[in-house]
Each structure stands twice: as structure tokens, then as C-alpha cells.
Design a protein around this ligand. Structure first.
Ligand SMILES: Nc1ncnc2c1ncn2[C@@H]1O[C@H](COP(=O)(O)OP(=O)(O)OP(=O)(O)O)[C@@H](O)[C@H]1O
Ligand SMILES: [Mg+2]
Length: 427
């Protein structure tokens, strides 16, 4: 279980994510906010040779045509799953610190109730949007009662028939959280479609397929969908592993590149402890320790960091406390100092031993690009040179493939613009 913390442009994708994907023996999941000349284009060709490629690109980062759908409500048929799904929408919109105020909590509960109402009757997610738009609509309450979720129905009824300002405030907050689904082009990726193949997390766990999850950053983006899909895949993989002797073989690799931007799974720290020994290998890639704290809170980030059996720390660590903590973990060594003093009786030399940090905090902050510290359970801290994919012999094949895939993205983007011209939408 891996956590990597490295500054922007320091080789996270080229030195960690891509080499891991290119050498993965089993299924691979990648989250990312970039397509051209990044992990998607660099690995898509090689992965096509081992299995099916599933690209979930609701915001058209790679301008990828919609050739699949995934049922976002599949895991929301029980209350826990519905709440988790609502949590992904909250986490994608607000930081951990403001995710627990009254409005957020109430909106999250309401969203969870609506997801449960839709999922338990196999209604599409677009129904949830319709109910959010008209809080007075009794349909979701009736559906919940029908499905035997009486307590949830009563709670939703309480919200709906409460003071109008409060109700509207809660619904408005919930609408903001779910706003990415208002775009029908986005919602279509997670709505059942008979004409397209369905991505099934359980089948994926035992395949050698690749799932690319692409989204823009931040609130209003489709990152909640990305987080929900990654969460569903990892949970399904754990269940499949438990059913088949405890461990997936070959293991599933889940690269959460740009995790704090596009894949804010709020209980990722907990999930990490379930993934251990199940043959599901998560690689969470962050830009700084602080970025993780904003996303999962201080306690959450500490839990994630401690649960990771392999920690990789690269250049650009700006956080003085974190650098100091690492420096202490690297440890001390004895340094011999010789001092010479001269007096009337002649010169005298004295040798003394002094304890010094092996790697002081300022040296950690100044780690050059390409060098990383490896903190793995049971060994002393090691310093490694990353081996980015473009310096490997296989780059002879991979680089042209990446260039072709990047060119294809550009062409798809251009083709769309021509379409716009045809409709007179641009000059
Ligand atoms: N194909 C390549 N050939 C040569 N150098 C490259 C190549 N790809 C990346 N690099 C170098 O590696 C650096 C880091 O790239 P990379 O995308 O891996 O960083 P990153 O940490 O993932 O960045 P970001 O935070 O933007 O995602 C780039 O600035 C560039 O100098
Ligand atoms: Mg990157």
C-alpha cells in the first residue's frame, strides 16, 4: 500500500504512476486530471494488449467518445452505500473542515436518501436531479417507504415538511453538491444504456482490463463520479478477493494520481486498512502532506500515512514540520571531528565524536528532482533514484505510442470544433 508525496512537476506520473502501470500484471485503475502526454496516453497502447480499456471521461479530458457506462447507483441500494455515494459528492465540493457543518451534513443526508430512493427502484440518477429541483415532490418519500426504508423516509419527510427556508437551504446545498450531474453529457456516463457495454467492478477485479477515470479538479467537476467509481472498484476487488481465497492473483493496481484533486474518497484511510493483504494495491499520489490534510483532515491524513506500508517522499517538501519529522526518521550518525590546537608546547590534535542528522530537514527540502526517500516497513529509510518511463529501453516503443494517442486527442478535439462551426456556434 503506497502513498507518494511529491511537489508538482517532480516526476510523480512519469516516475511512479506510469512505470507501475506498464509493469502491472493484473487489472489497473488510474485516476487523473490530465490526458495528453500523461499517464493515459503513455499507457493506453500497452494496456490494450492485455485487456479491455474502459475510459470514463465525463468531462472530456481526453475527448474520448462515450463507449461505456457505469451504474453509479449500483452500490446505493442499501443505506450505507447511498450515504457513501452522497459523501463522494460532498467531499468533491468542500474541504474536510467544512464538510461537517449543519448545511453540509443535512444536504449529505438528503442526497443519501434520494440516492437510496432511486437505487432501490432502479430509477436513473437523473430522477434524483428532478427531485432536488422540486423539494415538495413526495415521490422519493413514497419510494423509500415502498422499499421498506421507513426511517429514512420519515427523515426525508421531516426535512421536506420543515421550515421552508431551512428546507430550501438544504436542497440548494445538495443541488450544488450534485451539480455536475446537471450536465446531461456527464450524467449519461453513469446512466444505464442498452446500446453500450456496462463497466462491472466485480468482473473487472478478476480481469486484466484497465479503467481510466478522468476528471477536472475541484467543486462542480465530475470528480465525485471518479471517486465513486474508484471506491466501487476497490470495494468490489476486496469482496472478490475474500471470496477467492483471500487474495487477488494477479493483484489489482489502483493508481490514484492527483488523488486530492480528482479522487477524494473520504474514507480512503479506512479503506487502506481493508486493502492490505487482499492483493489490491493502492498508490495514492499527493503533492504535499497538507493537501492530504485538507482532503481527509489531520487525523485522516495521519491514518492514511500510517496505513501505507510504502511511503515515497520526493522533492519539493515545503512543510517544515513534515521535513523535520522525516529527518528524524532517517536518523542520526556519528561524525568524527578532528581539531588541532597549538600552544607553547606545540600542536595537539584531539578527535571527538559528534552525533548529526544523516539528512537534515533543509536537505530533505532540497532533494533534487528524481531522488526520493523510501520509507518501507521493516527497513531503514532509503534514498532512491526514480526511473521515469522515458529513460527506460521500452521508451522506444512507448514514446511513439504516447505521441500517437496524444495526437488522437487533439484530432478529436479539433473534430468537435468543426462540428461547432457547422452549427454556426463559433466564428
Ligand atoms: N516524455 C518525457 N521526456 C522527457 N522528460 C519528461 C517526459 N515526461 C515528463 N518529463 C519531465 O518530467 C517532469 C515531471 O513530469 P511528471 O508529469 O511526471 O510530473 P508530475 O509530478 O506528475 O507533475 P504534475 O504535478 O504536473 O502532475 C517534467 O517537468 C518533465 O521535465
Ligand atoms: Mg502528474
Amino acid at each position: 500500500m503506497i502513498v507518494a508525496i511529491m511537489a508538482p512537476r517532480s516526476g510523480k506520473t512519469s516516475g511512479l504512476a506510469i512505470p507501475a502501470i506498464l509493469s502491472a500484471p493484473g487489472p489497473v485503475l488510474l485516476t487523473s486530471n490530465k490526458a495528453a502526454n500523461d499517464a493515459f496516453t503513455t499507457t493506453v497502447d500497452a494496456r490494450t494488449e492485455v485487456g479491455t480499456i474502459w475510459t470514463l471521461d465525463p468531462q472530456q479530458i481526453a475527448h474520448h467518445p462515450r463507449e461505456m457506462w457505469w451504474d453509479i447507483l449500483a452500490d446505493a441500494r442499501d443505506l450505507a452505500g447511498a450515504k457513501r455515494l452522497a459523501g463522494h459528492f460532498v467531499a468533491a465540493s468542500v474541504d474536510e473542515s467544512s464538510g461537517s457543518d449543519f448545511w453540509s451534513t443535512a444536504a449529505s443526508n438528503t442526497l443519501g436518501a434520494l440516492f437510496l430512493a432511486a437505487a432501490s427502484h432502479r430509477r436513473p440518477i437523473t430522477d434524483v436531479l428532478a427531485w432536488l429541483a422540486t423539494p415538495a415532490d413526495r415521490t422519493p418519500v413514497d419510494l423509500l417507504t415502498d422499499a421498506g426504508h421507513d426511517a429514512v423516509a420519515a427523515q426525508l419527510q421531516g426535512t421536506v415538511s420543515g421550515a421552508t427556508e431551512t428546507r430550501d437551504g438544504i436542497f440548494e446545498t445538495a443541488r450544488q453538491y450534485a451539480s455536475c450531474l446537471l450536465d446531461s453529457d456527464v450524467a449519461a456516463w453513469v446512466t444505464p444504456n442498452e446500446d453500450l457495454p456496462e463497466f462491472k467492478p466485480f468482473a473487472f477485479a478478476t480481469s486484466r482490463d484497465t479503467l481510466y477515470l478522468l476528471s477536472k479538479d475541484g467543486g462542480g467537476s465530475a470528480s465525485a463520479i471518479i471517486a465513486a467509481a474508484a471506491d466501487a472498484v476497490m470495494r468490489a476487488a476486496v469482496i472478490v478477493a475474500e471470496r477467492s481465497g483471500g487474495r487477488l492473483d494477479p493483484p489489482a493496481l489502483c493508481v490514484l494520481d492527483e488523488a486530492a484533486n480528482v479522487c477524494r474518497i473520504s474514507d480512503l484511510p479506512d479503506l487502506y486498512s481493508h486493502l492490505g493483504s487482499r492483493g489490491v494495491i493502492p498508490m495514492t499520489i499527493l503533492q504535499s502532506y497538507r493537501q492530504g490534510q485538507r482532503c481527509w483532515g489531520e487525523a485522516g491524513m495521519d491514518a492514511l500515512y500510517s496505513a501505507a506500508t510504502i511511503k515515497i517522499i520526493g522533492s519539493g517538501i515545503d512543510d517544515a514540520d513534515f521535513a523535520d519529522r522525516l529527518s528524524r526518521q532517517v536518523g542520526d550518525h556519528d561524525v568524527q571531528t578532528t581539531s588541532v590546537s597549538s600552544s607553547e608546547g606545540g600542536k595537539s590534535t584531539s578527535v571527538s565524536m559528534r552525533t548529526e542528522r544523516i539528512l537534515p530537514p533543509d536537505a530533505i527540502r532540497a532533494l533534487p528532482k528524481g531522488k526520493v526517500l523510501l520509507l518501507a516497513t521493516g527497513i531503514r529509510v532509503a534514498m532512491l533514484n526514480l526511473k521515469p518511463w522515458y529513460k527506460e529501453p521500452s521508451a522506444k516503443v512507448v514514446a511513439p505510442a504516447s505521441a500517437r494517442a496524444t495526437k488522437a486527442i487533439t484530432e478529436r478535439a479539433r473534430a468537435k470544433n468543426i462540428g461547432h462551426d457547422d452549427f454556426g456556434l463559433s466564428a
